[in-house]
Design a protein around this ligand. Structure first.
Ligand SMILES: [Zn+2]
Ligand SMILES: [Zn+2]
Length: 294
């Protein structure tokens, strides 16, 4: 005879169904390492909800969180999601997804999509409601340079150069946070720039434009250059992982990397013509060096 553990029951004798907690895993053949759960975010320009999706060989895209009837959306605007990856085409079904950029009320309305005007207006009303409630501050109203006790002056959104490409970071260099998931299923809180890892160098460069555009005449800008780092370290920054999670490639990403390809015309407001005066936060090694001897 074999004893079995008593199954849980309510007072009336009916069984209690205990749902086993399932852990999310990234399948080995997945094109995306991004966990699909919790990829909601808000547009930094209009405050409306978005969802992040990876694309093949492209920057991640922000999709409108709801599916729309495909017949009400111009076919050139159809997107669909397959195996966690977004594709810029319909999948033949009666429903489609849509990039938020086509609806964002903070951007110019695209003349090619008048059918979407009603939805765009609804999002604009929601933006106004969020601003009035104090629940959202448009990025255009936020300061571009911030000061703190440890840094006398630093760009809030610095331009970072790595792997020969310039990116606009979405926060100060020493606050760029790892995107990997920890064993406790939370986003890792470690920064990319640790006292033990090689740092970049602030340097003034000409505002060379991308995609074959001409440089802006006579302008220089401050860039946080990582190009002298080892290739693996630059890949780590590009993947937005702390040194520990760079060594654990099986850990999934909780969110997409936050780099935005830098365009001097689009991001002109973030160009700084002077080098920031930065005091790097002392690490444990620095602190122990400075500690009084017994
Ligand atoms: Zn928006
Ligand atoms: Zn990490």
């Amino acid at each position: 005879m074999r004893s079995t553990p008593p199954s849980p029951h309510r007072r009336d004798g009916s069984p209690v169904h205990v749902h086993a907690r399932r852990s999310l895993r990234v399948s080995a053949d997945s094109a995306s390492r991004l966990l699909r759960c919790g990829q909601s975010d808000r547009c930094r320009d209009c405050g409306n909800r978005i969802e992040w999706y990876h694309r093949i060989n492209e920057q991640p895209v922000r999709l409108h969180p709801d599916e729309l009837p495909a017949e009400k959306v111009p076919s050139t605007c159809h997107w669909h999601v397959s195996r966690g990856v977004a594709h810029p085409a319909g999948d033949g079904s009666a429903w489609c997804r849509l990039p938020h950029a086509l609806l964002c009320p903070a951007r110019e309305a695209l003349p090619a999509a008048p059918e979407l005007a009603g939805l765009r207006r609804a999002l604009a009303v929601n933006t106004r409601r969020l601003i009035d409630r104090g629940a959202f501050v448009p990025s255009s109203a936020q300061p571009n340079v911030e000061t703190s006790p440890t840094t006398t002056c630093r760009p809030a959104r610095p331009v970072v150069q790595l792997l020969y490409i310039r990116y606009l970071a979405n926060r100060p260099v020493d606050e760029i946070q790892c995107v990997a998931q920890t064993r406790r299923r939370r986003r890792c809180t470690s920064p990319l720039l640790t006292p033990q890892s090689p740092a970049g160098v602030w340097t003034l460069v000409s505002t060379t434009a991308v995609r074959g555009q001409l440089p802006l005449h006579g302008e220089v800008m401050a860039v946080y250059a990582l190009t002298h780092l080892h290739y693996a370290d630059q890949l780590r920054w590009r993947a937005q992982r702390c040194p520990e999670h760079a060594a654990t490639p099986t850990a999934p990403d909780v969110t997409v990397a936050e780099w935005e390809p830098f365009d001097p015309l689009l991001h002109h407001e973030h160009i700084r013509s002077r080098l920031p005066t930065i005091t790097r936060r002392p690490g444990p090694a620095d602190r122990s060096r400075r500690a009084p001897q017994p």
